[in-house]
Write a protein of this length. Sequence first.
Length: 146
Amino acid sequence: MRIYKLTEAYVQRTHDLPKTTLKISLINIKDPEEYPFLLIVQSTIENSIKLSIYPLKNEKIIKLTFSGFNFSNEIIDEISKILQNYQIVHTSGVLLIEKQLFYECYLNLSLSEIKAKELNTSLEKIKNIFKEIKIEEIGLKKSKEN
């Protein structure tokens, strides 16, 4: 039976962090040559920072943020109906921050695709149940050498 290493870890001094290069193994990514890009999502909550890293084929994706809504099965159903037509790469889950509910997700889609226009049309139909729906395109981060 193969033993899987579910996590990697090391301890580091806090004051060394700004000059640290994170050592992240990509050895277990299936077919890495098919995924020339990585989506790196950083979540910071209180005294915790979590990095989630996903291999991508494309250099642009869409980030959706829903904010200021009341939690109900109907609202979750509406969001689910729309998002089931898209490949979700990462989701924050529903979070309560300063008495407001938020939900974020990253879709394997760019704003230039036809499906993005369909997404916009679908979101227009439910925009009145949220304080805000924000759509952003996340692209390739420019390296410091450029």
